[in-house]
Structures are given as C-alpha cells and as structure tokens.
Design a protein around this ligand. Structure first.
Ligand SMILES: Cc1cc2nc3c(=O)[nH]c(=O)nc-3n(C[C@H](O)[C@H](O)[C@H](O)COP(=O)(O)OP(=O)(O)OC[C@H]3O[C@@H](n4cnc5c(N)ncnc54)[C@H](O)[C@@H]3O)c2cc1C
Length: 429
C-alpha cells in the first residue's frame, strides 16, 4: 500500500509498533503484519482496499478494550483508528460529532464544557467505537437510552471500500443494524450523537452490610430498584463475603439523597460512602483500577428478573469480583424492533471479572470465573454483545434479530471481510 499523505504504516521493529498492538487485556499478544494508522476516512478506505487485495485479515482498533483483543489480527492488517479522535460539539443544536477512533473521555470532556453529555460507559479510556456499536451502557442510559439510541448518523466504510451514511432516513436498514450489531457491517469513521443538558453534578453512594444479612439486603435492593427514579442506576458488588450496594445519581444530588434512607433500612450497615462529584470525575473514577497491563478475564449475563435462587447463587461467590448494574427506564422505552440491540427488558446486567499478572495463573483464574458464571447460567436471559467472551452471538440476539442481521451482513459484507468481531456470519459467500 502506498501511504497517503497522512496514513502511517508500521511493521514489526518500527517505533510505535508495539505500543499500537498493545490492548487493554495483557493476555493479548498478537503481531499484525502491518498496522495502518489512519487519520481520516480516505486512509480507512485505502487500508480496507489494500487488505482485501492482499488477502490480509482485518482487525479494527478503537479503544482496544475488547476482552478478547479482537482488534489485533495475528499476521493481518490492524486498521488503527486511534489517531482519528477528533470531537466537535455544537452546543446550540446539542450535537456531537466524534471520529471513529475517539475515546469516551474525549467525548465527555468536550460535551461537559457546555453542561452537555450523552450516554457513555464508565471508564474514560474505552473506545466510543466498540462501545457504541454494541449498544453502549452508562449512567445516563436510564434517562436517555443507550449510546446507540443517541446516534443520529454514522459514516461508514464498507467492505467494498465505499463510504456511506446511515441514519433514520438514509440507508435505514443499515442504521438499524449499526445500533447494536457490533463491527460487522464496516468501519465507522464518524458518529453524530444527540446530547442532553445534564449539568455537571452527580451523587455516588455505596453501602456495605453485615454479611449474614446479605441475602435479605440483596432482595430488598432488587425490590427497591423497581421504583427507582431514572436518574438513579442501582449497583451491587459482591466479592467473597462482602456485599456493597448503592446507586449512581446523575442530576441534583439533593434529590438523589432522598433515596438514602431506604438503603440504610435494608440491613445493618458496616460502612458507607456518600459522595457528590462532578460528572467528569464519575466518568473516570475507575480508570486506574481498570487500567492496562493486567491479564483479564470476564463473563457476563443479562438477568431479566432476579429470583431468590439467583441471589443465593450470586452470594456463593468464590472471592472474585461480581457486579450488577440496573437497566430499565429509557432503555426499555425503545421498541425492541427499532434497533439490532436486543434484550431491552433486562433488569440487571451481571459481570464477573478478574485480573492478575502472572501467566502461570491463567488456567486457574479463567476456570474460577467460568465455574461461578456457570452457576448463574440458569437465571440468564441472554448477554450483552460487548461482554461476550468466546460465546456465540445468539446470546446477544434472539433468532429473528439474528436472521435480520444476517440478511444485512449478506448485503454489506457477503465475504465476511469484517469477522474479527462478535461475528454475524453471512450465508451467501
Ligand atoms: C474497562 C472497561 C470498561 C467498560 N465499561 C463499559 C460500560 O460502562 N458500558 C458498556 O456498554 N461497555 C463497557 N465495556 C465494554 C466495551 O463496550 C467493549 O469492551 C467494547 O468492545 C470496547 O470498545 P473499544 O473501541 O474500546 O474496543 P476495541 O477492542 O478497539 O474494539 C472492539 C471491536 O469493536 C469494533 N470497532 C471498534 N471501533 C470501531 C469502528 N469505529 N468501526 C467499526 N468497528 C469498530 C471492532 O469490531 C473491534 O474488534 C467496558 C470494557 C472495559 C474493558
């Protein structure tokens, strides 16, 4: 490939090659034949065409947070979007325009300069690209829907190397599929987002209870969630014999504080933390604990209800991190058929995750997560596409959705050029 004016090509041994192929999960150690560092849409078109002409497997990198490191193809062409991180905000129209390689922190910071925001995930070094294409859950989702529900339009480079726009009025079926269907249909070079006036203030609460009351507390928390205001997102964290529940409130902290007495009456509290913080602090407070360089493994489930037996299973935790985050509100206002994203009736998203540093511990760590997640499998109603870790996409999409997504894949990528993702396989090649 002849490098365009801006496109930088890196091969093994070049300065920056190792940095560019390093992703969030330190278990991923693959060596692409080349890394195409793209600066604009024309670079992405050139990279896709080159990979196809030379039969190179394509990986697409934005934030590099995919747990399996799908962005990095062994021996293939990694299309690195990270230089494409420009964000522009129009405060009058309440719209943000984000290049395909942008990170959540860049979007949040640009929008918050005007007291604006759209739904974005909880760790600021996550990519807008992967997160939004899979749906995009965050503290604003119960008020304003998922990240994908706030996309007005996408600019996309297809497998054929064409540049197309998808919106509610242009290429509407593609727009439908991009709202939750992952990176299957092409490379998004720009997202246009609807923003909301949210101010800058939040309240974050965490209550730790006596362990012998954990079952009753988690039941009470579940029941309280059913009537929670949309500004509140309920959270629960279990590790070994410790249960911490609470909520994140985006809006006036004084209003959020009205929920605190109900939490205090759930059981005997042994520790509590009640903190007001700016929205930008909330959005980056887990950045270090969720930092790079660790080996990582996780499994996720969606729970559409949380029966008592599921609570008992959750509390038999083998000393590893497990979290629940509430869905509902505006997420479930959107009719299921409106977007590829499925399971909008989910009550809680569950993730169990672990991190470690020594490769000798890989097998044990992975086995522990799998065994614990398996005990919760009977209560699962699917899973979030962005937490799938080796499982089939049928966990994320019911059969009718998968059939419609397959038809769209047949149209836009019949030879499965884009397959290093949560793959929807075409049926026509
Ligand atoms: C620390 C951490 C916190 C997280 N928090 C949340 C959260 O709060 N909410 C939530 O919903 N999810 C969350 N996730 C899950 C996250 O949404 C997925 O890991 C997602 O894949 C990350 O996207 P990325 O761009 O960072 O990853 P990458 O590994 O760069 O990309 C993942 C895949 O997305 C596709 N892709 C990325 N960008 C593009 C693009 N521009 N065009 C086409 N395809 C593209 C590609 O198929 C690529 O393989 C979190 C993950 C981590 C590791």
């Amino acid at each position: 490939m002849t490098a365009t004016q801006q496109l930088t090509l890196l091969i093994d041994g070049d300065a920056g090659y190792d940095e560019a192929r390093t992703v969030w999960n330190a278990m991923v150690d693959r060596r692409p034949a080349a890394i195409a560092r793209c600066h604009d849409t024309a670079d992405v078109v050139a990279a896709v065409r080159y990979a196809r002409e030379h039969d190179l497997e394509i990986g697409v990198r934005c934030g590099g947070h995919n747990i399996a490191g799908l962005a990095v193809p062994e021996g293939g062409l990694m299309i690195d979007l990270t230089p494409m991180n420009e964000v522009r905000v129009d405060p009058e129209r309440q719209v943000a325009w984000v290049q395909g390689g942008g990170l959540l922190g860049e979007l949040d910071r640009a929008a918050q300069a005007y007291g604006l925001a759209t739904t974005a995930g909880n760790v600021s070094h996550t990519g807008v690209g992967g997160l939004t294409l899979g749906g995009g859950m965050g503290w604003l989702a119960r008020q304003f829907g998922l990240a994908c529900d706030n996309v007005i339009s996408y600019e996309l480079v297809t497998a054929a190397g064409d540049v197309v726009t998808a919106s509610a009025t242009e290429n509407a079926e593609l727009f439908w599929g991009l709202r939750g269907g992952g990176g299957n249909f092409g490379i998004v070079t720009a997202f246009e987002f609807r923003l909301h006036q949210i101010g800058t203030r939040t309240l974050v609460t965490e209550f730790t209870y006596a362990w012998d009351e954990a079952f009753a507390v988690l039941r009470g928390w579940r029941d309280l969630n059913a009537t929670a205001p949309r500004q509140a997102t309920f959270t629960a964290n279990i590790r070994g014999e410790e249960l911490v529940v609470g909520f994140v409130w985006v809006g006036d902290p004084a209003e959020g504080a009205a929920l605190i007495p109900a939490f205090r009456s759930l059981g005997t509290i042994v520790a509590e933390s009640i903190e007001e913080m700016p929205y930008l602090t909330l959005q980056s407070r887990d950045d270090s604990v969720q930092g790079h360089r660790f080996r990582r493994y996780w499994k996720g489930h969606y729970f559409k209800s949380l029966p008592d037996d599921a609570i008992r299973a959750l509390l038999r935790n083998p000393g590893i991190g497990a979290s629940l985050q509430a869905y509902g509100g505006a997420i479930s206002d959107v009719p299921d058929e409106d977007a590829a994203f499925s399971h909008r009736d989910v009550m809680f998203e569950f993730v169990t995750a672990t991190r470690w540093e020594d490769a000798a511990d890989d097998a044990d760590r992975i086995a522990t997560i799998r065994a614990y997640a398996a005990t919760l499998d009977p209560y699962a109603g699917g899973a979030y596409i962005n937490t799938l870790n080796g499982e089939s996409v049928s966990r994320a999409f019911p059969p009718a959705k998968l059939a419609r997504l397959t038809a769209l894949k047949n149209t836009y990528d019949p030879t499965n050029t884009f397959h290093l993702n949560q793959n929807i396989r075409p049926t026509v090649s």
